[in-house]
Design a protein around this ligand. Structure first.
Ligand SMILES: Cc1cc2nc3c(=O)[nH]c(=O)nc-3n(C[C@H](O)[C@H](O)[C@H](O)COP(=O)(O)OP(=O)(O)OC[C@H]3O[C@@H](n4cnc5c(N)ncnc54)[C@H](O)[C@@H]3O)c2cc1C
Length: 464
């Protein structure tokens, strides 16, 4: 099948959205995704405007025999939302959000980004737990679990999920919730895009004041060993209101960072207190008083401002590489390995989070959702970044070395932080029991593995 003919085989007149093929003026923009290392050329991009388009796109994808990629926010680390010579089903135009402040629920279409959702919910002093960069897609993030600034108080994104609307591999429309297609509802809460295309999510909203005590405190990286030991002990009995993320990097040239600090290696503890601002100020004080911080911008501020704090560090189009693992605790050995490797960061753009876990996330029953690793201590999302391909291979090697050095302490991995690392790593992300259960679901809802450009759970394991 020639690529030129593909776009004409799906009837534009049958769509509310539109088709984009090679040669169309917007093709090169529309095929681009967040991670600039991927320069993929799909046969056609179907930019869906609603459920009927998604059904038509799935049926077309099936009839074409081409591989099918699904794109919402386009932030997949391994670039699974775009593929060469594939049908790319693009949901990014589906941006509807409706918050019901009385029922405290939000209806959210698949193309919504985190920042859009925050704006709509915060207008009512509400929030849906999500992630830490506003241009990430709600869809992919939620389907993998969804970790972020208020999770220790209010759980993962999936812990506030009420229902989904979904189009199956046969183009059938289904709804899944606790009492409708409950098996599928279990699977979509962590199982990613394996079972169908979610067109709409319904979330419960949680109360969250528009003003929070939040932001980063910086120390020179030469003090990282002491700072991380203090940090570990300090967060050990922190209340659920406190969420922290540790960043090791060269200080970025952002407006709030003094010029003499730009480019200097720093260790940063970023906080967010999901509760009363004065309580937060009190609890965070000992951190601010530890050692000699070179910058402290942890202050009362709008939650929306805090949510956007990391946006400039992770813009679309740079070259990125990640490798992740969970660890039970920040033992002395883990801290020493962390410091040793972070002192070797070369790229001024490389910046990666170490996530504090626990809190409300760990109190949801492990079997309630497909998400795995609720009781882990910390998540390392070791990542490197360069502006272009120049210097990228060296930074990627640094990530791999660092990750390998932590191997004796690896506990598991969050599926949304995986790269294209093969079947064994996907199995590690779910653990054997959940993986078996997910495979059984896959056999029921997508026996032909139509949705396979993802962190794939094949219906059958291949023979060893
Ligand atoms: C800058 C950045 C910040 C991040 N921060 C966080 C964070 O704070 N917390 C966190 O938990 N994760 C975070 N992540 C990881 C993020 O959760 C995943 O990359 C997620 O897949 C992004 O979703 P998306 O819709 O933007 O991605 P896409 O690339 O559009 O989708 C990724 C995959 O999800 C599936 N998918 C997407 N949409 C649908 C749909 N509607 N129906 C069915 N399947 C679908 C497909 O398999 C697709 O390949 C971050 C990623 C980036 C790049």
């Amino acid at each position: 099948m020639s690529l030129g003919s593909v776009a004409t085989e799906i009837d534009q007149a049958a769509l509310r959205g539109y088709l984009v093929g090679p040669g169309d003026p917007s093709y090169d923009t529309d095929r681009r995704i967040w991670n600039g290392t991927f320069d993929r050329h799909p046969a056609v991009i179907i930019r869906c405007a609603g459920v009927s388009d998604v059904i038509a796109a799935v049926k077309f994808g099936r009839a074409s025999g081409l591989p099918v990629a699904v794109r919402s926010g386009g932030h997949s680390f391994p670039g699974f939302s775009m593929a060469d010579d594939a049908v790319a089903i693009d949901l990014s135009l589906m941006k509807g959000i409706r918050v019901d402040p009385d029922r405290r629920t939000a209806q959210v279409q698949a193309g919504v980004l985190l920042g859009d959702l925050d704006r709509e919910t915060q207008a009512f002093g509400l929030a849906v737990p999500s992630g830490i960069v506003t241009h990430t897609g709600v869809a992919g993030l939620t389907l993998g679990g969804g970790i972020g600034w208020i999770m220790r108080k209010h759980g993962l994104s999936i812990d506030q999920l009420v229902s989904v609307d979904l189009v199956t591999a046969d183009g059938e429309f289904l709804q899944a919730s606790a009492d409708r297609n409950a098996d599928l509802f279990w699977g979509v809460r962590g199982g990613g895009g394996n079972f169908g295309i979610v067109t709409q999510f319904e979330f419960r909203c949680v109360p969250l004041a528009t003003q929070v005590m939040a932001g980063p405190v910086f120390w020179p990286m030469t003090q990282a060993s002491e700072v991380l030991r203090f940090y570990r002990d300090w967060v050990a009995d922190a209340p659920d209101e406190l969420m922290t993320i540790v960043i090791n990097r060269k200080a970025p040239p952002l407006p709030f960072v003094p010029a003499d600090l730009h480019g200097k290696p720093v260790v940063v503890v970023a906080c967010c207190w999901a509760g009363d601002v004065e309580d937060g100020e009190r609890f965070i004080q000992p951190l601010k008083a530890f050692g000699s911080p070179v910058l402290d911008v942890c202050v009362p501020k709008p939650f929306l401002t805090h949510q956007a704090m990391f946006d400039p560090s992770f813009p679309k189009g740079r070259w990125y590489y990640f490798k992740s693992c969970d660890v039970a605790e920040l033992s002395d050995e883990v801290i020493d390995i962390t410091v040793e490797h972070c002192l070797r960061i070369s790229s001024p753009l490389t910046s990666f989070p170490i996530w504090h876990r626990g809190g409300a996330v760990s109190r949801v029953g492990d079997d309630e959702t497909a998400f795995n690793g609720r009781s882990t201590g910390f998540s390392y999302n070791i990542g490197a970044s360069t502006e272009t391909s120049a210097g990228f291979a060296e930074e990627r090697e640094w990530v791999r070395d660092f990750w390998s050095a932590l191997r004796p302490w690896h506990e598991g991995v969050y599926v949304n932080f995986l790269g294209d690392e093969g079947a064994e790593r996907v199995q590690q992300a779910y653990g054997p029991e959940k993986y078996d259960r997910l495979q059984a679901l896959k056999r029921k809802y997508d026996p032909d593995n139509f949705f396979r450009i993802n962190q794939n759970i094949p219906p059958e394991s291949s023979a060893p």
